[in-house]
Design a protein around this ligand. Structure first.
Ligand code: DC
Length: 228
């Protein structure tokens, strides 16, 4: 096992951006586990599979490959980096997240990835289920309105037309689904550092996580932080 830092938290908490920045600064790989769940959902939509059919979705997940070369998401070698971010895929990804077989397969891929690479991994269950022994864990939260504002801006940037109220409503539903499901629910690991990102800059949070990652994983063997 190489070095692993886990960052979990709800949608819009800032974890994806923080994880990307810290991975870049440390020269580690970023593991966006939400992208994996989204890719399974997209594969099912494209194959015309009923996402609620637990067995069919599990079988599909065992037949596809999802890989995460730097900056990209590949589904069976096809670039789906943008396609997995639509409102439609975002809404149906819960079927993949609730599916035991899918979770089992993706957790296996995630551990295999971390066995090969020093990894900053982000998701919902990374510190609790997939990497319970990681020495350095974070759980990011933020005020729901601020989280919805961030998500809404992301959708608009990508040219999707959706109202703020719809994003907030979808977010409330997803939060409930993520925290209330019995399988790998969204919750902080007991040994995770909790950070509320409301009203704070991404830069500030990234600096905290980077410093902790260096401390937890042996500073001497890591590149020096840039001098400001
Ligand atoms: O982080 P995201 O919005 O890209 O995640 C997409 C969905 O996948 C979200 O509904 C929660 C789910 N997910 C999960 O259940 N476990 C993970 N480790 C990552 C994401």
């Amino acid at each position: 096992m190489r070095r692993v830092v886990t960052i979990d938290g709800p949608a819009g908490s800032g974890k994806s951006t923080v994880a990307r920045i810290v991975a870049e600064r440390l020269g580690w790989r970023l593991l966006d586990t939400g992208a994996m769940y989204r890719s399974v959902a997209l594969a099912a939509l494209r194959a015309g599979i009923d996402l609620a059919d637990e067995e069919a979705l599990g079988t599909l997940a065992s037949r596809i490959t999802v890989s995460l070369p730097p900056g990209q998401v590949l589904l069976d070698d096809q670039d789906v980096t943008q396609a997995i971010r639509t409102v439609e895929v975002t809404r149906v990804t819960r079927f993949a997240a609730e599916n035991p077989k899918v979770r089992q397969i993706l957790a296996f891929w995630q551990r295999a990835f971390a066995a090969e690479n020093d990894t900053i991994t982000e998701g919902r269950d990374q510190g609790t289920v997939v990497f319970p022994d990681a020495p350095c864990k974070f759980f990011l939260t933020a005020d729901p309105n601020e989280r919805a504002r961030r998500r809404h801006a992301e959708f608009l940037d990508r040219g999707e037309s959706i109202s703020f109220d719809e994003v907030l409503c979808d977010q409330q539903r997803r939060d409930a689904e993520d925290t209330e499901r019995t399988l790998a629910p969204l919750r902080p690991a007991e040994d995770a550092t909790l950070i509320d990102t409301t009203g704070r800059t991404i830069e500030e949070i990234a600096t905290i996580v980077e410093a902790a990652a260096r401390r937890c994983s042996g500073e001497a063997s890591l590149p020096e932080p840039p001098q400001s």
